[in-house]
Design a protein. Structure first.
Lengths: 312, 330
């Protein structure tokens, strides 16, 4: 991804949901994007899938997938990639499942759209996929309708659907946010196991940095449509460099600070129509300086990571 | 106040509380099937403490909170608030007692009438309870706006003009208007971003000290509950399965379900070095719960006895209660 800008035209003006971000994912690698609401993380994933709808549009930038620019592709070309080479799993599995078809039929459709298979062979393959994602009694579950399954089981179905065509890139957008913590642990365990068996790259979008530590090697912290910090997960969580990352990690309630006040980040996320010039975090930043009114770009604090802050 | 009577330390006591919903009728209207959302729950909440209630969706924690406030009709049991049973109170007395028991809900958007201005939203309880002159009421509303960290110019705006965190502050001001003693906070921060969540948690702590509040803090987020609570109860399929001080419960859980729950917190393996326990299967339907221990179908320690006998919530260490036949061994 090179300099992606995804904007939304509104009556009140242009919202720069994604405001110039660049990153890359190697084959088989795993990258987490962490951010709060309005950070632009979901619009980033939708841009990769070319699922941004008007009034949203990609204003600038390139998204190269195996060397080809997704932004410039025809609708036909992108359809050939979407659902086969790049797949997206959403937070709410019901939004990806059609309530009037059995789950088996739906996963089979995903297969048949991109592969030349007989119906019977597709059904066999679906049962295999269900077994792979840990759905018990898959021979019977294929004939169930989505509403008959629990939230965790539905999410397994959408993961099976996403894996049906062995994608090169799997995007998980808050895959466990709607799930209970014990079910979340099952799903994260499942994705970890799948990554070892199927060599797919994973882009995980989440608000929960804990989930990133479970699944990813690299992490990007987004705020106000921009990358604030990028580095390996252990480095960033143990020793955050950007004041926003520091604030975010310090806001997490933990046992170590029981009885003490949480280090809340003051203020609120600025109005998307009136982002401050320069660093978007500057109005809430405890270390803001005059120079923060200009864009710091991504800087190297000396350990190989990238931090969008004038402190470095 | 004299400390002679230990009952003075108890603000609220639940005795064998059961809230069941009919889920269909059997033959001739007999043999009704029941969803046992809250099933035989007993515990006390001490004056001035934060009692955390955790559990996964459908475990009955929200129904329990609502039953205490009599927003649900429990089938049996008692809710003793300051030595009076809320469930058997006549309506007039209930209206008086409701001043002392308030609620903060998860979705501040859904619980605030979009057609009402902030001023009227905060004053609503004062109006319903009456007895206050208009100027007194206005003064109280202004005071509340200051207390929860909103600005006075916000008073004449509507809920949709506010962010999630600010709406939750409005919800808190509403709950505090009648100077309650006890507040049920049901997922008060789970709809909020992390940076805003910490502001609201700090506010709740400040208000507790300032007004001597007692909280029942209901949440699914185990880290938030550990941080904010003095004591914690864990619910599973309508029952309290473990109850202890936050330290004891998180350091030394004695019920396998609690162990699995705590081990499932993302990042906890790295943080605590405790091995992750991946439970198989889903929570059973509350309509058709397992016999004996409700957790036995997912428990890796289950024996025959677990199928036959419901393990009572018993004291395994001082002030540490667990509902497991093997709580002493694990």
């Amino acid at each position: 991804m090179q300099g992606l800008h995804t904007h939304f035209r509104t009556r009140a003006g242009v919202v720069k949901a994604v405001d110039g971000i660049s990153f890359d994912i190697a084959p088989g690698a795993s990258l987490g994007i962490v951010g709060e609401s309005g950070s632009g993380k979901t619009v980033t994933s939708l841009s990769i899938m070319r699922l941004v709808e008007p009034p949203g549009f990609v204003a600038a930038g390139r998204i190269l997938f195996q060397g080809r620019d997704i932004i410039g592709m025809s609708e036909r070309e992108i359809r050939g990639i979407r659902g086969s080479e790049i797949c997206l799993v959403f937070q709410d599995p019901m939004s990806a499942l059609n309530p009037v078809y059995t789950v088996g039929t739906q996963v089979a459709e995903a297969l048949l759209a991109h592969q030349d298979l007989s119906r019977a062979a597709a059904r066999e393959r679906v049962i295999e996929l269900f077994r792979l994602v840990g759905i018990p009694a898959p021979e019977r579950r294929v004939d169930e309708y989505p509403h008959r399954l629990s939230g965790g089981m539905r999410q397994r179905v959408t993961i099976a659907m996403a894996l049906a065509n062995e994608p090169r890139l799997l995007i998980l957008d808050e895959p466990t946010t709607a799930l209970d913590v014990t079910i979340q642990a099952q799903i994260l365990d499942l994705v970890r196991g799948l990554r070892q068996r199927v060599n797919t790259a994973v882009l995980l979008i989440t608000h929960d940095i804990g989930v990133v530590t479970e699944l990813c090697e690299q992490v990007i912290v987004m705020y106000g449509g921009r990358i604030m910090e990028r580095g390996n997960v252990a480095q960033v969580t143990a020793d955050p460099k950007h004041p926003y990352t520091m604030g975010l990690l310090a806001s997490m309630p933990t046992r170590a600070i029981r009885g003490q006040r949480l280090a809340a980040i003051g203020g609120v996320v600025p109005n998307a129509l009136r982002m401050p010039p320069g660093c978007p975090f500057q109005p809430r930043c405890p270390q803001a300086m005059d120079v923060c009114g200009t864009d710091p770009g991504l800087r190297d604090p000396g350990d190989g990571r990238r931090v969008a802050c004038w402190l470095y | 106040m004299s400390n002679a009577d230990p009952a003075d330390d108890v603000l609220l006591e639940l005795r064998n509380l059961r809230t069941w919903y009919p889920a269909g009728l059997g033959v001739l209207g007999r043999d009704t099937e029941w969803i046992k959302a809250v099933d035989d729950v007993s515990f006390t909440i001490r004056r001035g403490e934060t009692f955390g209630l955790v559990g996964e969706s459908g475990c009955g924690k929200t129904t329990l909170g609502r039953s205490i406030l009599r927003l649900e009709r429990p089938r049996s049991g008692e809710v003793i608030f300051e030595r009076e049973d809320v469930l058997s109170m006549p309506p007039g007395r209930l209206k008086q007692v409701r001043r002392d028991m308030q609620a903060i809900f998860q979705d501040p958007h859904g619980s605030l009438d979009p057609r009402m201005k902030v001023r009227d939203l905060i004053a609503e309880g004062l109006v319903v309870q009456g007895k206050m002159r208009r100027d007194e009421r206005d003064a109280r509303v202004t005071e509340l706006v200051d207390v929860v960290g909103l600005r006075r110019e916000h008073l004449d705006r509507y809920p949709h003009e506010f962010s999630g965190g600010q709406r939750q502050r409005i919800g808190i001001a509403r709950a505090l208007a009648l100077r309650p003693k006890f507040v049920v906070a049901d997922e008060p921060v789970s709809a909020l971003d992390l940076s805003v969540q910490s502001q609201v948690l700090n506010l709740l702590s400040d208000l507790q000290v300032e007004f001597g509040l007692t909280y029942l803090f209901i949440a699914h987020d185990l880290s938030v509950v550990e941080y904010i609570s003095d004591r914690v109860g864990v619910m599973y399929l309508g029952r309290i399965v473990e109850l202890a001080s936050a330290e004891a419960l998180y350091d030394d859980p004695r019920m396998p379900y609690t162990q699995a729950l705590l081990s499932a917190i993302p990042g906890s393996e790295q943080a605590t070095g405790r091995k992750r326990i991946i439970l198989s299967g889903d929570v059973p339907s509350p309509l058709n719960p397992p016999s004996g221990c409700p957790f036995r179908t997912r428990c890796w320690l289950a024996q025959d006895i677990c199928r036959e006998i419901v393990p009572p919530l018993r004291e395994v260490k001082t002030d540490h209660f667990a509902a497991c036949h093997f709580a002493d061994e694990i």
